[in-house]
Ligand binder design. Sequence first.
Ligand code: MSP
Length: 512
Amino acid sequence: MSKNFYLTTPLYYVNDKPHLGTAYATISADSLARFHKLFGDETKLLTGTDEHGQKVEQAAKKRGVATQRHCDEMAENFKSVWNELNIDYDIFYRTTDEFHQKAVQKALQDLFDKGDIYKNSYEGWYSVSEEIFYTEKDLIDGKSPEGKEVTKVQETNYFFKMSEYQQRLIEHIEKNPEFIQPSTRRNEVLGFLKQPLNDLCISRPKERLSWGIPIPFDTDYVTYVWFDALLNYAVAQGFNREGMEGDFKKWWTEADVRHLIGKDILTPHAVYWSTMLLALEVPLPKQIFATGWILNKDQGKMSKSQGDILSPIELKKTFGLDPLRYLLVRDVHLGNDAPFSYEGAVLKINSELANNLGNLLSRSTNLVSKFFDGKKPAVGDLEASKSLKATAEVLPKKVEELVRAMKPSYALEQIVNFLSETNKYLEERAPWKLVKEDKETAGEVLANSLEALRIAATLLFPVMPDSMSELLKRIGFEKVDFELSKQWDVIPLHAQVTKADPLFPRLELKEE
Ligand code: MSP
């Protein structure tokens, strides 16, 4: 049952280059979106850059370049890194694009006209690095709850009546258990909403912050970064844009809309964004899913301010792109924190890709080349293949269910188990020996393992598109087709099977 599937990553601040943490978020989203495409859903993936606010303005100043130029360069940098990581995004969204500014201004004007925005004096604390307002009682030892520096703000500002929508939001979360996930995050938000909600300060005076979208009903002010940036998800699909009503219906109102975000930005999404949508009378997304963090050596969040970031481009050079993508999807359960270590990465890649999958491929293709002239033998009707076929028969469905439940790491685990079973099957039948006494049966054993490889490669394609295309080419069947992954004996008889260098070379552990 496929539905239009619209998945978003957060928009990344352009004060920082992409690092392993942001690459993790983007690779996870890309793999999920590619899985949905494989399952036959019409799918769109959005990513992009969040370009307004004090943090970005300061970063540009520090580099000594004009702010817009800084944003243009950084956005290009993000695009080029995502291209290097084979991210197949459909929309790259930039909050300094003109249509975005207009759509945000329209939303502000509509809420103002409706009486949902009012002016008041504000006194509180602002964290530039999080771009978040705090009250005195939120602070812990004079810092934000996340331990960030705050500065005192005393100014007249505009407020969005977030509190008016608190009750409706609670009801929505209670009625829709899938809305905020994982469930620990859902409980966290419900806990937060037990307290009275303050209205949201959504402006900064222009003389304090010039790098923002002017408020249409008072141009002495610009709008708050979060109010501006969050709207991207809907504007990208036509919200508040003339002539795009059809797109908006298809890709928002009637779509399966999901936001994949980091747990550090749960409140802005679950509370600010949801109440904004309620006020704007726009349907809420189907799901806000908060991922955990990639941790550094000291178990803290890997981030620029911690000064220990890993470059995804360097990691690609060390491990290869597809092993890196695999590692991030396989080794981190979506929603949990996970440390990243060089040793752990080498061990995982060697055991699951170089050994399990890689050896199965090398053995099967080498033997077919050597004894069958590179032509795929007949599958036959071997009794011994029955249990392998039985596992294969349910595998695509299991993978689909797990991915749809946002559990891609468990889906990969199923595929790994299937490959182990195939290796065991090959080991036990030992076609390299059998070929001398019974060539026909040896051929059948090899043909069955090629079928298993085809199915596994199809299901692994969303995570490792380049290497799985290559694998399929080597076993004589290039089509990546989910429906065919549910069938056995699909590779044509005598298809060209090619042996080649290891698809996943073993990595040597280097002393650090
Ligand atoms: N601009 C806001 C989001 C606006 S969405 C409309 C923002 N940007 S960010 O660049 O600071 O972070 C973007 C995302 O990257 C967040 O979801 C954050 O959790 C994620 N990550 C940053 N470092 C990370 C790790 N070390 N590990 C996992 N994800 C990390 O917030």
